[in-house]
Design a binder for this molecule. Structure first.
Ligand code: F6R
Length: 368
């Protein structure tokens, strides 16, 4: 049942190209238009939406952070992201022109479900991105986009996350299409790029040995940091969460720009720092992250830099370079997350932990 792998986690990490392909399957028409069958909201209803609030927990929340960048860029509709457990308690402002988007792999997370009930009481429309057919969350939502990652057995989410990120892009692009935004060409070219992502993820998986060796070298670390900017920031948070969950190691993800506002104080000799470098296309972001890498290195950090192929700008400041396939900036989380999953999983197995059933965690969190 583990398909020849030692752990469900390892199997699910390797199923990611398929999870992405299946989530895209049948949704991009031959005319380049998106079709989302379970959308159930008409183009007219979508055009009424003037604010989007994305709500989720844990890893799904990080998918929501990626969604915010994509939604605001492609649709120009203001978008907020909120932890489900915080949302209801802050007296949020919403009405019938607000679209609440929830993201849940299991479809049973109580915090998320309670946020949905609250949002609907306030007359907001609710669209859910979910991996589990017929679960409670899609049943209580006005519309659904299913991710087709297949069952996720390991407690910590991997393929579920990448499929969620893909569904978020589809949602953003669908909205842009419904609004008839002027980026028609950009939408088509992004859809083409999305269809190439399964092969790109496969390339990252094929290079897994480098990351596993690195995990071997770093398995006695006491603490590991992750830095990113823009959509690399949620990737950094996800890398840190996987390491906590699987390896029980202290790990933290930061927005790289926040370093000098505090976190840099914890950098000391030998601390491993992973840095997700945005694609070269984003010059300004790159320049900034380059100085962040120099800052931590000057304080003795061991820098592990994830950077696209052909970009040598940061190589001189890296103790280790992990190459990522070239993809558009907004899509980079789909390739950049994978080495961090492999790393966390490998450190955890080297430390002798059960990566499918980490201590203290449950697959569906059905209590608030
Ligand atoms: C992390 C993880 C959790 C879930 C969170 C939300 O690896 O598995 O953080 O992402 O509990 O669960 P769902 O997506 O089922 O609502």
């Amino acid at each position: 049942e583990k398909g020849g792998y030692d752990w469900f986690m390892v199997k699910e990490i390797h199923e990611q190209p398929q999870a992405i392909a299946d989530t895209l399957l049948g949704r991009i028409g031959s005319d380049g238009r998106l079709q989302l069958d379970e959308m159930r909201l008409s183009d007219g209803e979508l055009r009424e939406v003037d604010k989007i609030i994305v709500i989720a927990c844990g890893t799904s929340y990080y998918a929501g952070m990626v969604a915010k960048y994509a939604i605001e860029h492609w649709t120009r509709i203001p978008c907020e992201v909120e932890l489900a457990s915080e949302f209801r308690y802050r007296d949020p402002i919403l009405d019938h022109t607000t679209l609440v988007v929830t993201i849940s792999q299991s479809g049973e997370t109580m915090d998320t479900l309670m946020a949905i009930r609250y949002a609907r009481e306030q007359r907001a429309r609710v669209l859910s991105i979910c991996n589990t057919n017929g679960s409670t969350i899609p049943r209580e939502s006005d519309a659904v986009i299913y991710t087709h990652a297949g069952p996720e057995i390991a407690v910590a989410s991997t393929k579920g996350f990448l499929a969620q990120v893909v569904a978020c892009y589809l949602l953003a692009l669908y909205f842009a299409q419904a609004k008839g935004v002027k980026y028609g060409d950009e939408i088509r070219s992004i859809l083409d790029e999305l269809e190439k992502i399964p092969a790109a993820v496969q390339t990252v998986l094929d290079r897994g040995e480098q990351v596993r060796k690195l995990a071997n070298d770093l398995s006695d670390s006491r603490s590991i940091m992750f830095l990113g900017r823009h959509v690399g920031y949620p990737v950094a948070l996800e890398g840190a969460l996987k390491l906590k969950e699987l390896a029980y190691l202290h790990a933290e993800g930061f927005a790289a720009g926040e370093l000098k506002h505090g976190p840099i104080a914890v950098i000391e000799d030998g601390v491993p720092v992973f840095v997700v470098v945005p694609p070269k296309a984003r010059d300004q972001l790159q320049e900034k992250i380059l100085s962040n890498i120099q800052e931590v290195r000057a304080r003795g950090a061991r820098t592990i830099v994830l950077v696209e192929e052909g970009d040598d700008s940061v190589v001189a400041y890296a103790d280790e370079v992990i190459r990522l396939p070239k993809v558009p900036t907004l899509l980079q989380p789909l390739v950049a997350t994978v080495p961090l999953q492999i790393f966390a999983c490998e450190i955890a197995t080297q430390l002798g932990h059960d990566v499918d059933q980490p201590r203290n965690l449950a697959k569906s969190v059905t209590v608030e």
